[in-house]
Design a binder for this molecule. Structure first.
Ligand code: HEM
Length: 495
């Protein structure tokens, strides 16, 4: 079968150079999704590139991605190796793990509390932290971006370690920021991807930036993985530990006599994925929403009217209101469709040779699903580049279009395990911001309106560059509601 398959053509792609293949035209990560989206129009929903002998298959429709990554997930659930991340100590982070028994064990451990019904348990934390975020907006609107980052991080840290982030200087919040910088820096293309031999280069050698990076990042990465778990261990001894993912596991492991350096290591790696996977993605989905509201005041007003009608002005919306707010639901979906924060999702790898519609996909090929193409597919979405929440309303009121979940949260056995948590985190933030704030145009020093111009940048995730806006409480009552909610959530905190 291998010989027969090998005679089939690879999926088509742009013209290549001899030997180096498509290396010269391989787009930079920051524009990759857009460039691939353009190419797909010419070469089709399944195209391929050859980068120095490494085959890259790019999937540009929901069907192709679902056919391969969902329906044939037994063959497409592996990941490529990430040599730099592996060397700093993230080898066993779930997101980077190769497919196999160890992956399955780690994935199960993380997934268990994050199932659809399980994430209900985290709602009080989300309600609490959303009030903190609103309060921070009120007192320091210019710090909006950071407040949202803190919101997503604080929820993740409390779920993972029972740690409550109480200030911007919080040690755990700082660790999340460091984690992000390390992810960003270590993600740059490097010689190490070509061969481990380059590891031996001296740090001063041109292009060998990673030697210094690895040396410096490794102890920090290790500390940030182990420290919060040893904090919880100490709190358990002192009787002060709060219920959390880690405390629960530590108690179980101790009771069952299974607490060993190995089980402790696994637990530390998995716990880190809660903020590693959840913080930046949720943060940037919410800032994308804020940018969308700034650019689409009519949509903002319509969503606010729905909230005013259903919830009124006397309280903040909460999860019990969700089913009664269909338009807000559409705004959340449209934010995720219009600009998914992971435009190229995460690469999968083919474990064995395969054939798809007469094309040959060799073992070891990297499979990239292009979320941009999938959520901007003209065959599925009318006017896909416009922000139109009503597209998701059922006909005849709306267009009855359906959000391709894979385009946002990925596929098959690697689908985002945090998707239900993310959905709650993002929804409650959005509905509460809409309820009490107006996102309006900023004014310059002379009082002139600044026309919004939003630019996106893609490093680890794709998100708006910092932008000016006028984030203002909708009324004095709204401001008072925020203060009261904040006071209530801080009542038990001794400062
Ligand atoms: C709006 C927020 C989020 C978005 C858009 C998002 C998106 C994604 C995507 C596209 C993937 C790659 C899936 C694939 O390879 O097919 C992924 C993987 C992952 N996500 Fe999320 N995610 C979000 C929130 C979260 C949260 C809250 C967590 C916390 C638990 C989380 C944890 C992870 C982990 C651990 C993986 C790796 C899974 C694996 O490799 O098996 N994510 N996410």
């Amino acid at each position: 079968a291998r010989r027969r398959r090998a005679r089939l053509p690879y999926p088509p792609g742009p013209p290549a150079d001899p030997l180096i293949g498509h290396l010269r035209i391989l787009p930079d990560n920051s524009v990759g999704a857009e460039v691939f989206h353009g190419w797909a129009k010419k070469y089709g929903d399944v195209m391929s590139l050859n980068i120095l002998g490494q085959r890259l298959v790019i999937l540009s429709s929901e069907e192709a991605a679902a056919d391969l990554l969902d329906k044939r997930s037994a063959n497409y659930s592996d990941r490529p190796s990430f040599p730099i991340y592996e060397r700093i100590g993230w080898k066993d982070s779930l997101v980077f793990l190769q497919y196999g028994q160890y992956f399955k064990k780690m994935r199960k451990m993380l997934q268990a509390p994050l199932e659809k019904d399980g994430v209900f348990a985290f709602r009080p934390i989300e309600e609490q932290e959303s009030c903190v975020m609103l309060y921070n907006f009120l007192n320091n609107p210019a710090g909006m971006d950071r407040h949202v980052h803190r919101y997503a991080t604080a929820i993740s840290m409390e779920i993972a370690y029972g740690h409550r982030v109480l200030s911007d200087d919080d040690e755990y919040f700082k660790a999340a920021e460091t984690f992000r910088h390390m992810l960003e820096e270590g993600g740059r293309p490097s010689l190490l991807n070509l061969s481990p031999i380059f590891e031996k280069l001296p740090a001063w050698f041109p292009g060998a930036w990673f030697v210094k990076y690895i040396r410096e990042a490794k102890p920090v990465a290790l500390h940030d993985i182990q420290k919060p778990v040893s904090d919880v261990q100490q709190q358990l001894v002192a009787g002060t530990a709060k219920q959390s993912f880690v405390s629960q596991h530590l108690e179980d492991l101790t009771r069952e006599g299974r607490l060993t350096p190995e089980t402790l290591y696994d637990l530390s790696m998995v716990a880190q994925q809660i903020f590693g996977g959840g913080s930046e993605t949720s943060w940037h989905t919410i800032t994308t929403f804020l940018a969308c509201m700034l650019m689409n005041p009519d949509i903002q007003r319509k969503a606010q009217e729905e909230i005013d009608r259903v919830v009124g002005n006397g309280r903040l919306p909460d999860f019990t209101d969700r089913d009664l707010l269909p338009y807000v639901e559409c705004v959340v979906k449209e934010t995720m469709r219009w600009h998914p924060v992971a435009p190229l999702s995460a690469p999968h790898r083919a474990t064995e040779d395969d054939e798809y519609h007469g094309m040959y996909i060799p073992k070891g090929a990297l499979i990239i699903s292009n979320s941009r193409s999938i959520t901007w597919d003209e065959r599925k979405f009318h006017d896909p580049l416009s922000f139109k929440p009503e597209r998701f309303l059922p006909k005849p009121e709306g267009a009855g279009e359906v959000l391709p979940q894979g385009g946002v949260f990925g596929w098959g056995r690697r689908i985002c395990p945090g998707r239900y948590l993310a959905d709650n985190m993002v929804w409650i933030a959005i509905v509460r911001i809409l309820a009490v704030f107006d996102v309006g145009k900023a004014r310059d020093a002379d009082g002139n309106v600044v026309e919004p111009s939003i630019e996106f940048t893609t490093v680890v995730t794709s998100h708006p560059k910092p932008f000016a806006c006028d984030l203002r409480p909708r009324s004095e009552e709204a401001a008072e509601l925020i203060r009261q909610a904040y006071d209530m959530h801080m009542a038990d905190v001794a400062i």
